[in-house]
Design a protein around this ligand. Sequence first.
Ligand code: PLP
Length: 404
Amino acid sequence: MATINKNYLRLQGSYLFSRIGEKVRNFQSENPDKKIIRLGIGDVTRPIAPAIISALHSAVDEMGQESTFKGYAPDLGYEFLRNAIAENDFKARGCDISPDEIFVSDGAKGDCSNIQEIFGADNKIAVCDPVYPVYVDSNVMAGRTGEYDDITEGYKDVIYMPCTRENGFAPDLPQEVPDLIYLCFPNNPTGAVITKDRLQEWVDYARKNGSIILYDAAYESFITEEGIPHSIYECEGAKECAIEFRSFSKTAGFTGLRLGFTVIPKDLTAGGERLWPLWARRHGTKYNGAPYIIQKAGEACYSQEGRAQIKEQVAYYLENARYIYDGLKGAGYEVYGGVNAPYIWLRTPGELTSWEFFDQLLEKVNVVGTPGSGFGPHGEHYFRLTAFGSRENTIEAIERIKNL
Ligand code: PLP
């Protein structure tokens, strides 16, 4: 008789966005004349840049000609893309990452949830609180987290690292040493970044303890300030302890096209075994590569024209972020993030819970955001707004919130 993977039963319902969706639907059906502005979900809204569209068109045409048709992509991804990534994202920043250390994929979500497969089932993970839920849920599915505890609102065998205004939303080094450490900067949901010095402390800690850092840099292109590392490999010794995930989703609007990559240094080991061959094997066995046309679109992001156009797009979202940040600050809110990230993390006014504030915003000014408590207990009394809306909607939403 077939049985199920019982670990799945330990997953907590993906209750955050479904509960938001339900509340918004109910409100809209009771108030059909109200115009709701959604600054909740982190999806982009700007169209794909012209240089990328042009590369897509040419690649589509190539697929229609016998002489240029492409079938399965190479396991690690096409060399033209891996070369462009190594050159522009790493060498240009002084990071010694070779094209062979880059695994092209269809996005960071799959990679950062699948990576745990190459580690032992007994490895203990550490995550930030609040956190992008994928890191925890993928480990729950693998049976690495223990039971869920309703009182602490967390899994018993996970090390949760509080990210609070006191530590600038960058976690302190944990007392109990984890085997796998998930870090994400610029951060979703807090919009926080980590300085190079503080990230270096994490690298030193991981090397000293034999831990591996799983570094999610999906929002790297939003960094505007000096002194903030774009890659963990800017830190000394990171090639000995870190894997990095990147995404084209927010950098170039690829949430619907799907493209990302993972960097695994060739000599990175865990328990004396090299990780690169394991991920290569995993990739080769379970994955057949991002489509050629999408990899060509990815390559176009590194052309002179493409770079300028996607930079403009990121600047557009960052300008939205500035409107939100300045507008809320001016209205007396305690506001974080938004400078090096498309997320604004605000403290709810008074002693309102995250969900109470959500209800107020929806019902009184018809604006939708995301309750911070949905990302973990330390997100309680916080609220996330995203800068991915249109300029017009963003400005209107902030004007409405000011009048709350
Ligand atoms: N990592 C973080 C922190 C994210 O917020 C997201 C998407 O919202 C992803 C990864 C997923 O990226 P992708 O679209 O490349 O799968």
